[in-house]
Design a protein around this ligand. Structure first.
Ligand code: ADP
Ligand code: MG
Length: 263
């Protein structure tokens, strides 16, 4: 099975200011290695502060300026860690797309849903504005937004949190990425809406030939969607295994503790 993305010995440190003229650093990710095979979903789990988001944001270099990364992140044969920003911008949203916990961190409040969905279609796929609008309507329909034609002209704040997250998912999928990074995509939502968005993610996973890095602090949620699980704690990998093994025969004490916490 070939890997779509291969993370090798990733370390991420944050410069946290100077003490007596000496630069201080906090190591958030301490040498993490794992692969995401083609057409499969890898879950990254662990309690808050484990370094899951920092690992995910390293992939597309979305970290703040005080971050320093080392190691390798191989995507289709090239190392994303050393890929120049201009080339990385061509990959972002096209080959690799992201959905974050808070949809409003990615949706622009001053543009309509139609404008935001059209942008990647025009930029990356070369569609005309008219073609992009038609495709945007299809995408809204695919993610289960009722009356998609009408909702195209809504602004993000006119939609519920669950609908905003659906729009984010539609945007992420617009260019049929090879890899979707979903960082706690349901955590900010009400429980019933979480369920609906998870069902949507699972349906899309089965339908589209893409890989996914699915991040959650909740091992129960992860069991529904992933093929492989990577358990992280304090910036290190504690265990990585196929999902069935994690649930049936966890090896690490921390994985066992996470399993015991499930409702
Ligand atoms: P998780 O997603 O697993 O909850 P994060 O990846 O967000 O955890 O954070 C891992 C660690 O990195 C935490 O200790 C956090 O405080 C630290 N961290 C994250 N962003 C920054 C930053 N910009 N500057 C300094 N430390 C940071
Ligand atoms: Mg996080």
């Amino acid at each position: 099975m070939s890997s779509l993305l291969s993370i090798q010995d990733l370390k991420v440190a944050f410069r946290t200011g100077k003490v007596d003229g000496v630069q201080q650093r906090a190591l958030a990710v301490k040498g993490v290695s794992f692969d995401i095979p083609e057409n499969s979903t890898v879950a990254l789990v662990g309690e808050s502060g484990s370094g899951k988001s920092v690992t995910a944001m390293s992939i597309l270099n979305l970290l703040p300026d005080n971050a320093e990364r080392s190691g390798q992140i191989l995507f289709q044969g090239r190392d994303l860690l050393t890929t120049p920003l201009r080339q990385l911008q061509g990959i972002r949203g096209k080959d690799i797309a992201c959905v974050f916990q808070d949809p409003m961190s990615s949706l622009n409040p001053v543009f309509t849903v139609a404008q935001q969905l059209s942008e990647p279609l025009i930029k990356h796929l070369g569609l005309t504005p008219r073609q992009a609008l038609a495709r945007a309507e299809e995408l809204l329909n695919e993610v289960g937004i009722p009356e998609p034609k009408r909702r195209l002209h809504a602004y993000p704040h006119e939609m519920s949190g669950g609908q905003q997250q659906r729009v984010m998912i539609a945007m992420a999928l617009a260019c049929e990425p090879k890899l979707l990074i979903a960082d706690e995509p349901t955590t900010a939502l009400d429980v019933t809406i979480q369920r609906q968005v998870m069902d949507l993610m699972r349906k899309l996973k089965d339908k589209m030939r893409m890989s996914m890095l699915f991040i959650s602090h909740d091992l129960g949620v992860v069991g529904e969607i992933s093929d492989h699980v990577v358990v992280m704690r304090h910036g290190e990998i504690r265990e990585k295994a196929p999902v069935a093994d994690i649930f049936k025969a966890p090896q690490d004490a921390y994985t066992k503790a996470l399993l015991a916490c499930r409702p």
